[in-house]
Design a protein around this ligand. Sequence first.
Ligand SMILES: Nc1ncnc2c1ncn2[C@@H]1O[C@H](COP(=O)(O)OP(=O)(O)OP(=O)(O)O)[C@@H](O)[C@H]1O
Ligand SMILES: O=C(O)c1ccc[n+]([C@@H]2O[C@H](COP(=O)([O-])O)[C@@H](O)[C@H]2O)c1
Length: 198
Amino acid sequence: MGGSFNPAHDGHRHLALLALHQLGLDEVWWLVAPQNPLKPNDGMAPFAQRLAGARQVARHPRLKPSDIEARLGTRYTADTLRALQRRFPTRRFVWIMGADCLAEFARWKDWRNIFRIMPVAVFDRPSYSLRALWSLAARRFARVRLKSGSARGLAHRQSPAWVFLHTRLHPASATQIRGDANQDRHSAGKPLGQESGG
Ligand SMILES: Nc1ncnc2c1ncn2[C@@H]1O[C@H](COP(=O)(O)OP(=O)(O)OP(=O)(O)O)[C@@H](O)[C@H]1O
Ligand SMILES: O=C(O)c1ccc[n+]([C@@H]2O[C@H](COP(=O)([O-])O)[C@@H](O)[C@H]2O)c1
């Protein structure tokens, strides 16, 4: 699974543990993205800080935050996944993401080929399931969507193949955490009693 992890939070851990168990994986690698090509650089914490945060949140021997995307020198997921397969030819990979990513997948570079490079597992996330399932990507690849009962063997399927898993939801979001932190900083600068509102 890839992410900005700006910052890492329990929603990432929730997603990774669901993927580990429901897909029957050996490990879940957290590819800390040097820079999401669709997100502004502004407000993005330094890479080392985001990686350190991911390591603190993961706290599990089989969840592996990694700087490999920075070392591979790739920025787009399609390039990263091809490079991973070249570097680890005997491993079987699954690309894991939350429903919000599927909802906007058609904006990613070479997104059709991501489905062809390796199997994809999408996990539900509060308020995104309808948008994800009606997205261009979901409709375009509807014929190769597997039933959720096939999730366990997904890593061994021929791509394109993907699943959408309706699972327990986790409300955490980095946008909200950054918003709360800004609010706290803002309130801290105000006289007592004026922390919220005007
Ligand atoms: N609460 C969650 N439930 C399920 N998946 C999640 C959750 N939070 C993040 N993810 C997934 O983790 C991956 C990395 O997410 P990311 O680092 O962008 O966190 P985020 O909370 O979505 O950040 P932001 O709000 O800045 O977009 C993505 O695939 C995203 O869909
Ligand atoms: O390849 C792309 O065009 C692309 C566009 C948007 C996001 N991504 C990747 O999707 C992952 C999730 O990104 P984010 O910022 O939502 O956590 C992360 O690995 C990004 O590099 C990739």
